[in-house]
Structure formats: structure tokens, C-alpha cells
Design a protein around this ligand. Structure first.
Ligand SMILES: C[S@@+](CC[C@H](N)C(=O)[O-])C[C@H]1O[C@@H](n2cnc3c(N)ncnc32)[C@H](O)[C@@H]1O
Length: 211
């Protein structure tokens, strides 16, 4: 019985849902409004750790932009992206896990952005994005889950509009692999944010002449 319980705990801890998301102090289910019921809500903890405004600025997000948030999870970052592109913009929030997108939906309803954000379940190897539609594609703490980063990034390139940007934001120890994969996939590094502690944000464009 004890062994079964231990296995169950490990299985829950290993869910790809969002290992990176800070939990509230009481370890309770996150509040989709981001408020939480502890001293500090999930959204506030997330914002302090991840500094979303840096990502928004690096990607040049502004009202009217069409953005894909890949591996959006429960939407703690998506809510910032939605706010940045409102009014007139749209966010396609993808994930391989339909259950987390239900959470994301609840968060967007609570924040008043459900008309801006479309949740989309995708296959692990497929970006699932329409060609030529996106001003920006954001991969926040997701590229390390891909079996083949380069193959995934190659498939995503046609979804960008000409001059569109792709950003990879992740913990610093993933930086070298992420940049090497993006360059191998035909992207060129145009900006990098290095002043979020323990993290990086690398912004790329598709190299001219890439098919
Ligand atoms: C660590 S969470 C990151 C959530 C959010 N982007 C953030 O920065 O907080 C990783 C998310 O990526 C999703 N994911 C993993 N592999 C994926 C893939 N191949 N395509 C899309 N989503 C994926 C997981 O289900 C999970 O919700």
C-alpha cells in the first residue's frame, strides 16, 4: 500500500502540466483568477519569478498582434500575452494536455480575455499553427520537452508572417541547446534578454532564404 502511494506521488510530481509553476504556500490547487488564498497568489509568485513584461517587450507584443503561446499550460503567462495584444489581437494557446487548457480557459474567463485566447490541443511533434498567420511564436519553458527541438522549430517557421519573431524563454541551463536547435532549424538570433535571474529569453527571426 505504501509503495503504491509513493508511486502515485512520484507520478503526480512528474506530470508535464507545469513543473515550473510555483504552487501557493498551502500546496492547494491554483486559483484560476491568480488570486490564491495565501499571502501571495499564484499569479504574483509567477510574475515575480518569470518577469513576463521582459518577454512581452523582447517580442515587441502590442495591440493587434497575432501570437502563438506554445505549451501554454494553465495560462499564467498567457494572461500577460493576451493583455499585451488587446485590443484587436489574438492568442492561440497550445498544449498537448487538454486538462491544463481547461484551467487556462477558466483563467482567461476570470481575467476577461476569453474572447482573445483560443486554446488548442496539439500533438507533441506538431506546432499545429496555420501558415503565414503569426507575428510572434512564444515557447516558454516548453522546448526542453520536445523530442527533437530542431525538427519542431523547422515545422513552426512557416507559421510566421514575414519578419515575425520566435522567442524561446527558459531556465538558463537550457540556453545552449535551445539556441543551437533554433540556428540549425534556420533561425537567426536577433535579441536576447539575460537579466532575469536564472533564465534567458532569446528572440529569433527566420533566416532569409530558409525554405
Ligand atoms: C513547464 S509548463 C510551461 C507553461 C507556460 N508556458 C509557462 O511558461 O509557465 C510546460 C507545458 O508544455 C506542455 N507541453 C509539453 N510538450 C509539449 C509539446 N510538444 N507541444 C505543446 N505543449 C507541450 C506541457 O503539457 C505543459 O503544459
Amino acid at each position: 500500500m505504501r509503495a503504491v502511494l509513493v508511486c502515485l506521488l512520484f507520478a503526480i510530481a512528474a506530470l508535464p502540466g507545469c513543473k515550473s509553476e510555483p504552487s501557493n504556500a498551502a500546496g492547494k490547487t491554483p486559483d484560476p483568477t491568480g488570486g490564491g488564498d495565501g499571502d501571495e497568489g499564484d499569479q504574483a509568485l509567477f510574475d515575480r519569478d518569470r518577469q513576463p513584461e521582459m518577454i512581452i517587450r523582447a517580442l515587441g507584443l502590442a495591440p493587434g498582434k497575432y501570437v502563438a503561446d506554445i505549451g501554454a499550460g494553465t495560462g499564467l503567462l498567457t494572461v500577460h500575452v493576451a493583455r499585451a495584444v488587446t485590443p484587436g489581437g489574438k492568442v492561440v494557446a497550445t498544449d498537448i494536455d487538454g486538462a491544463v487548457l481547461e484551467y487556462l480557459k477558466a483563467r482567461m474567463v476570470a481575467a476577461g480575455f476569453d474572447h482573445v485566447v483560443e486554446g488548442r490541443v496539439v500533438q507533441p511533434t506538431e506546432p499545429g499553427l496555420e501558415p503565414g498567420r503569426y507575428d510572434a511564436i512564444l515557447l516558454a519553458q516548453v522546448d526542453h520537452y520536445f523530442d527533437d527541438r530542431t525538427a519542431w522549430l523547422k515545422k513552426a517557421a512557416p507559421a510566421l508572417k514575414p519578419g515575425g519573431k520566435l522567442a524561446i524563454a527558459n531556465r538558463a541551463h537550457h540556453r545552449a541547446a535551445a539556441i543551437a536547435a533554433a540556428e540549425a532549424a534556420g533561425y537567426t538570433l536577433v535579441t536576447e534578454v539575460a537579466d532575469i535571474p536564472g533564465q534567458f529569453v532569446a528572440v529569433f527571426e527566420v533566416k532569409e532564404g530558409t525554405p
